[in-house]
Design a protein around this ligand. Structure first.
Ligand SMILES: [Zn+2]
Length: 417
């Protein structure tokens, strides 16, 4: 008996450890609001995920991170694999237990760290070869090893090992090879994944800035039916106009019912435009890294509190902000002033900790506002109002890439709201 298409449709789909509920779609742009049910609780999309490199966000304890309302943070497989190492992770029962984090964790594959941190990393079909930063012994990270490490970490979302090269690379043959290899490595990752019932493996679309390669890669990745899909290899110094084209090209081909994660994006205006282009999830070390340089993210742009003009500025870091750092002591906060951060920034770690709390909180609140604007069908007006405030200091002269990208999804940034 031959099996018809109808019967095929009735076959159970691959079992995934997540449930994606699309809550609303913007009637103008490609923005979506969704609830993503993960093994350690639901998270609201679109969302920003802070990066906790060594199972701790630089400057924040897990408790403080929880207080920022973060329910999904990133851990680096490469760092956890080195320290405490796989055997310890297996003994303790994974990274949630290691850091007493009851919420969700996403881990990268470890490949990006190696290629970006280790100059001697070499990519072959087998995997990424590199010299141990501890003792210089030759090591090899394969798709199988990456998944095995992530299975030991126990993260709710795990990433495939991909062949990452700089988007700015002029070597088209190498970009083509990396794209096809990333697909082959995904197949090896799927085969090696031991816990699909509790950990969600995301594929990563590659293809550099070549839109035809991106389309081809998207089709091949989608066919493999992973629970979520990432767009990788961006934020590597390419022009923003190219970045936007790649994101839109990929989201045009992606199914509605799966989360879409654009890796390495953290500037508020980049996130807002990417959401309009149909992306749901973002991560970046920038909010915590820039805090260490005394930079506070606000609605009117980044304030460098090391600047002498803040020495006697006794206003909160960001007026009206409800984070632990900015909230007045009368409301249970720490009541930290710009003058205090000015005094401690780049000298005492306390200043960086406090600004990290504020910066992470800022992005998480921003994402909540974005989500509300989408569900209430006012995202275009929200975009106009946000850019208007952000660029007030520059007489509302908006970057052309943002104006063009948003025009491509029917939003005129320059129109009256
Ligand atoms: Zn704050």
């Amino acid at each position: 008996m031959s099996r018809g298409a109808d019967q095929n449709d009735m076959l159970p789909r691959t079992q995934h450890a997540l449930k994606f509920d699309l809550v609303a779609k913007c009637a103008t742009t490609k923005a979506r609001a969704a609830t993503l049910h993960l093994p350690h609780g639901p998270v609201q999309l679109p969302m920003f995920m802070p990066v906790a490199t060594q199972a701790s966000l630089k400057g924040l304890t897990p408790k403080q991170l929880e207080e920022t309302s973060c329910r999904l943070c990133l851990n680096n497989t490469y760092h956890l694999g080195l320290k405490p190492g796989q055997a310890t992770l297996d003994t303790i029962g994974g990274a949630h237990k290691l850091q007493s984090w009851p919420h969700n964790i996403l881990t990268d594959s470890g490949g990006f760290q190696m290629v970006s941190l280790l100059k001697l990393a070499q990519v072959t079909e087998e995997g990424v070869r590199f010299l141990s930063p501890h003792d210089g012994t030759p090591m090899l990270l394969t798709p199988e090893h990456s998944i095995s490490l992530q299975n030991s970490i126990g993260s709710d979302i795990i990433m495939q090992l991909d062949d990452v090269i700089a988007t700015t690379s002029p070597d088209h043959a190498r970009i083509l090879e990396a794209m096809h290899r990333s697909v082959r490595w995904l197949d090896r990752c799927i085969a090696a994944h031991k816990k699909p019932e509790s950990q969600n493996l995301f594929c990563i679309i590659q293809g550099g800035l070549d839109l035809e390669l991106r389309r081809e890669c998207t089709r091949q990745m989608v066919a493999r039916d992973t629970p979520g899909i990432a767009i990788g290899g961006l934020s590597g110094g390419e022009a923003k106009v190219e970045y936007c084209k790649v994101v839109k090209t990929c989201t045009d081909l992606l199914p509605d019912g799966k989360p879409r994660y654009v890796m390495g994006v953290g500037y508020p205006e980049d996130i807002l435009v990417s959401v309009a282009l149909g992306a749901d999830m973002f991560d970046c070390v920038w909010p915590t890294r820039t805090a260490r340089f005394g930079n506070a993210i606000t609605n009117v742009g980044v304030l460098n509190l090391k600047n002498a003009s803040y020495a006697c500025d006794f206003r909160p870091v960001d007026e009206g902000c409800k984070c632990m750092c900015c909230r007045p002591t009368s409301e249970g906060g720490l009541g930290i002033t710009r003058a205090y951060i000015h005094h401690t920034a780049a000298k005492e770690t306390a200043g960086a900790h406090l600004l990290s709390i504020h910066n992470v909180h800022y992005l998480l609140i921003l994402m909540r506002q974005v989500r509300d604007a989408i569900t209430e069908q006012r995202y275009p007006a929200f975009l106009r109002a946000y850019f208007y405030k952000l660029y007030a200091g520059e007489k509302h002269k908006y970057p052309q890439w943002a104006v063009d990208a948003l025009a491509g999804v029917n939003v005129d940034l320059l129109a009256e709201s």
